[in-house]
Design a protein around this ligand. Structure first.
Ligand code: GLN
Length: 495
């Protein structure tokens, strides 16, 4: 590991501005780190040439006094973001060698701010999963598995679906990365790998050019090693986009100004119902500790009630597959990537979709098509939408009593590749704490707070009001400071 790969984005920007090192040196160090970490399978596509070109341009901009907000910062981009002239797979066979002719709004914003792209990171196929195991390109491995993760007895998952991003950021071979979060895919992998993951308010970041999973739930967000980096990066990623009809025209504040400010008098809600639903003692203890940290920093802890959140997973697994089945209808063997010939058109559709989609994606298409079908629509989809409204009302009530809510991020530390794989319900339970926010569009951030008895990272989640990421960053930075999580994974690229 070089000195240049174990620093934060914020530190790197200071170093670049002070001419301690150049964007080219930073890019070279990260490309070498990325290559040395190949066995972790965190990247589906590496783009070292593009990175070098962007780094050279970055140095030129800086020399000319025109450096952007993240100029020269080497990033991993989740392979769900369309990147112009760079293969974009969504970790699915069906997209084959699909190479977009356009750039997603969020990646364009990052490039406009001077970011350097190291490559496209691995994920669960179409972002459906919590482990990165459903990827057509094989699982990504967590740098927490051991000093030599590939030889470890238990190869751990880096979480999912943004597992390549979390592995690369935690393993020090990307300084930060983009993720997407439909039910927890930024926050759960952040918790599993000891990094920070932020899901902004629905509508904060444009979804344009991001391969759609469930359109009313999907959000883009940053995955970083510090809260400050997340604040900085979100500011670059966020903003209204007329190309996304659900993007919201709201001013994007300078989130960095929220960091380190006092949380005296801030009210932090603890949802009563979450405590009793079979939560493990270890997670409960960590949660109590986190609440105590915030109290010691000046916050007031209040009990709140979210009675309908227990239905969140059930609601999610109707709505998300319903939207997915409709979004995935476009992969027909005609317009994108893979085509498997057949005797006639229908046959070609069937062959392409049977071969192109993995098992989990096919399961979701089946569930989604079922709940949307005539006769079942009212009983499932419409009902789910109604319960979704009840969940939203709960949060509205809760936010009359508090400014932010504290919960665990995930119900456990990282599990091993192969575990929980045969039982989809077990896998779905991973998102019990994260899914409610997507259903109601609220922002959430996972901050690493401690280690479990197995020595693996655990995060806590803070939930905020819609478009109040400022308060969330304030509380998150207080929690980060108190928790002082400075554990590093046994594998760090280049060492
Ligand atoms: N794990 C959840 C799922 O499988 C959420 C995934 C996500 O947020 N993209 O659907």
């Amino acid at each position: 590991m070089s000195d240049l790969t174990d620093i934060s984005v914020t530190e790197a920007l200071v170093g670049l501005a002070g001419k301690k090192f150049s964007a080219v040196e930073l890019a070279k160090a990260h490309i070498a780190a990325m290559e040395s970490a190949r066995a972790l399978n965190a990247f589906i596509t590496e783009t070292p040439k593009l990175a070098m070109k962007q780094a050279i341009e970055s140095d030129a901009r800086r020399a000319a006094g025109r450096a952007g907000a993240m100029d020269g910062i080497p990033l991993g981009i989740k392979d769900l973001y369309c990147t112009k002239d760079v293969r974009t797979t969504a970790a699915s066979h069906i997209l084959g060698e699909f190479t977009p002719t356009y750039e997603s709004t969020v990646t364009q914003k990052l490039f406009d701010a001077g970011c350097v792209m190291l490559g496209k990171t691995n994920l669960d196929e179409f972002a459906m999963g919590s482990s990165n195991i459903t990827s057509y390109f094989g699982p990504a491995i967590s740098p927490w598995s051991g000093k030599d993760p590939v030889k470890a007895n238990r190869k751990l998952v880096p979480g999912g679906s943004s597992g390549g991003s979390s592995a690369a950021v935690a393993g020090r071979f990307a300084m930060a990365a983009t993720g997407t979060d439909t039910g927890g895919s930024i926050r759960q992998p952040a918790s599993f790998t000891g990094i920070v993951g932020m899901k902004p308010t629905y509508g904060r970041c444009s979804r344009w050019g991001i391969v759609a999973f469930a359109s009313s739930l999907d959000q883009a967000g940053p995955m970083t090693r510090t809260v400050a980096d997340a604040a900085l990066m979100l500011r670059v990623m966020a903003g209204f986009d007329s190309k996304d009809s659900t993007s919201v025209d709201q001013a994007v504040p300078d989130f960095v100004t929220a960091l380190g400010t006092s949380i005296k008098g801030m009210k932090i809600g603890i949802p009563r119902e979450y405590r009793i639903d079979g939560i493990s003692a270890e997670i409960d203890n960590l949660w109590q500790k986190g609440a105590a940290m915030l109290r010691d920093a000046g916050a007031e802890i209040v009990e709140i009630s979210l009675p309908h959140t227990k239905y969140s997973l059930a609601v999610y697994y109707i709505i998300a597959p319903a939207e997915a089945s409709s979004n995935l209808a476009r992969y027909d063997g005609v317009r994108y990537g893979l085509r498997v010939p057949g005797e006639n058109l229908i046959n070609m559709y069937e062959n392409t979709r049977a071969e192109g989609f993995g098992k989990e994606v096919r399961r979701r298409i089946l569930i989604g098509t079922y709940v949307l079908s005539a006769g079942y629509y009212d009983a499932y989809y419409l009902k789910a939408q109604k319960v979704r409204r009840c969940i939203r009302n709960d949060f509205e009530e809760a936010f009359k009593k508090c400014d932010a809510i504290l919960t665990p991020t995930a119900p456990s530390t990282a599990f091993a590749i192969g575990e929980k794989q045969d039982d989809p319900i077990q896998m779905y339970l991973n998102d019990v704490f994260t899914v409610p926010l997507n259903l109601v569009g609220l922002p959430g951030i996972s901050v690493p707070v401690g280690l479990g008895s197995d020595g693996l990272p655990l995060g806590l989640q803070l939930i905020g009001r819609a478009f109040d990421e400022m308060t969330l960053f304030k509380a998150a930075s207080a929690l980060e400071k108190a928790a002082n999580f400075n554990h590093k994974p046994p594998f760090m690229a280049g060492t």
